[in-house]
Design a protein around this ligand. Sequence first.
Ligand code: ATP
Length: 303
Amino acid sequence: MTNVDLDGVSRWYGNVVAVNDVSMSLGTGVTGLLGPNGAGKTTVLHMMAGFLAPSRGTVTLGGEPTWRNPAVYRRLGLVTEREAVYDFLSAYEFVLASARLHGLAQPEAAAQRAIDLVELADAQDRRVGTYSKGMRQRARVAAALVHDPEVLLLDEPFNGMDPRQRMHMMELLHSLGGAGRTILFSSHILEEVEQVSGTVQVIVSGRLAASGDFRTIRRLMTNRPHVFAVQSSDDRRLAVELMGQPSVNGVDIDRDGLTVRAGDYGSFTRALPKIALASGIRVRRLLPSDESLESVFSYLVEA
Ligand SMILES: Nc1ncnc2c1ncn2[C@@H]1O[C@H](COP(=O)(O)OP(=O)(O)OP(=O)(O)O)[C@@H](O)[C@H]1O
């Protein structure tokens, strides 16, 4: 079992603090690194991979510092966010090049093994330029896995994929994690992380906002005050009815309808249809109006 540990890690670029005093420990299986754009996810992954030196603190893999440590590079693979252009190569040639770069003793066998692992054998001799986004991404995973690393880091691996490709990649991560590897993938999409991994590290503005079991964190996120936009057949009367509800903290009314501040998501969304029904009011629209990831994350940080 290979642990990746961050201990009091900060990284700044000039005046920008990208990562601020983060400590976390990753074990085998799949962990999601969740956070809005610019939160510092890429910086964390690059420090784990030894691409980037921490400004403060230590990043270790199996107890060894990752920065400038070639022995550690052999034990990890990184799939970066941006795709390099290699359209003229077949997947096999591309993965083989990676095997040779690693100086593996039997590069051909290693390349074939990695391609089989990501289930790309049927298309391995076709140029990558003819591949779908999902297939290209799997070719890149194969290249990162060619030296059979214990740790695999992936930066936004689901970006730009359609649902089927996403499902396929999720299954692949599951099986790699199930086989005893330590896998960390970054994402800014809550549902994506929820589907792939039970363990999550949430990072916001460079700080670790929450960490651990996904369900606990999900609960933290939904059991927070919410703002809803509501439109109905009789907004004034509905406002009066809602004000009598313990789950409602406040109601504003204007031309566009009601803005309702509720104590938490569940009690309000359960109560609203009952109130409307009892008062003979038709609800035409119910929209959570503060559901941006940033607001959810900010709440977590402040909690
Ligand atoms: N080389 C750099 N020079 C200066 N600032 C940087 C550099 N790299 C990242 N930053 C800044 O550090 C912060 C964290 O960036 P990072 O790319 O790690 O975030 P992220 O969570 O991966 O976001 P995204 O998903 O948008 O890539 C951002 O404010 C970013 O602008």
